[in-house]
Design a protein around this ligand. Structure first.
Ligand SMILES: O=C(O)CCC(=O)C(=O)O
Ligand SMILES: [Fe+2]
Length: 250
């Protein structure tokens, strides 16, 4: 597929890129998966309205300048399929408010979480232990899609439901001892488009991407050791977002 776009870097916007689409974007109509290796399945052409801020999807491009690898595949699901999956995930996932113990204080977040996996792993973060549920059909299908696209394997998935833009996730890295060291983490997003930020642990340099509905991103190599990431809160977004992070537990 060739999508032509002009990319202009806007100064003073910490890594935000502005692109304008100069040609209609081709989307898959017959199957749910876009950007798949089966590009001959692209059957219809839809023009995409111009967006001011967007992260150009180029899976060959590392969005981190040093010390790690972040690849953004863009929308790997077409809008109809992503909408359908968002509804299914909303209703079939066993969402629970997340709990953490921070400075000895028991905190319950508004954001909801769930954890699924190959077996009943227990997983500890923020001083609380969670137990994985067995895969649902849709999660297994999405895990396979993430595996095909990224060329990695995953055995568990942490899901987050942000009801609106005021719910986010603070700076952290996913390098708990139960996770495979330098293992890839594949992140799939549904619903509201949100900014996703990286900050280098030493230089404090930041990189900002926008994660689209039905999109896939992978963080791998030394990323968790050298970079923090966060989902910044914003009052501007009033709708929900679901994020799935496929991981490898040891
Ligand atoms: O919601 C996101 O995009 C990020 C979630 C995340 O960083 C995590 O679950 O560890
Ligand atoms: Fe994370």
């Amino acid at each position: 597929m060739s999508v032509a776009f002009r990319m202009t870097k806007i100064p003073n916007l910490s890594g935000l890129k502005c692109i304008s689409l100069e040609e209609p974007r081709k989307v898959s109509a017959s199957i749910g998966f876009q950007n798949s290796k089966n590009l001959q399945n692209f059957t219809c052409v839809k023009s995409t309205s111009m967006k001011l801020f967007e992260t150009p999807a180029d899976p060959a491009h590392n969005y981190l300048p040093v010390d790690g690898t972040v690849l953004y595949y863009g929308k790997v699901l077409n809008v109809a399929k992503a909408d359908e999956l968002m509804d299914i995930l909303m209703t079939t996932v066993e969402w629970k408010n997340d709990e953490a113990v921070i400075f000895g204080k028991h905190i319950i977040t508004k954001r909801k979480v769930a954890w699924y996996g190959d077996q009943s792993f227990s997983y500890t973060y923020s001083n609380t232990t969670k137990h994985a549920l067995p895969w649902t059909n849709e999660l297994l299908q999405l895990k396979k899609l993430a595996e095909t696209q990224t060329g990695e394997t995953y055995n568990s998935c942490l899901l987050n439901l942000y009801h609106d833009g005021e719910e986010g996730m603070a700076w952290h890295s996913d390098a708990e001892k139960d996770l495979k060291k330098n293992g890839a983490i594949a992140s799939m997003s549904f619903g509201a488009e949100r900014k996703f930020m990286f900050k280098h642990k030493d230089s404090k340099q930041t990189v900002t991407l926008v994660l689209e509905h039905g999109s896939l991103l992978v963080m791998k190599d030394e990323t968790q050791r050298n970079w923090l990431h966060r989902l910044p809160p914003t009052k501007l977004i009033k709708t929900a977002r679901i994020n799935l992070t496929f991981r490898s537990m040891i």
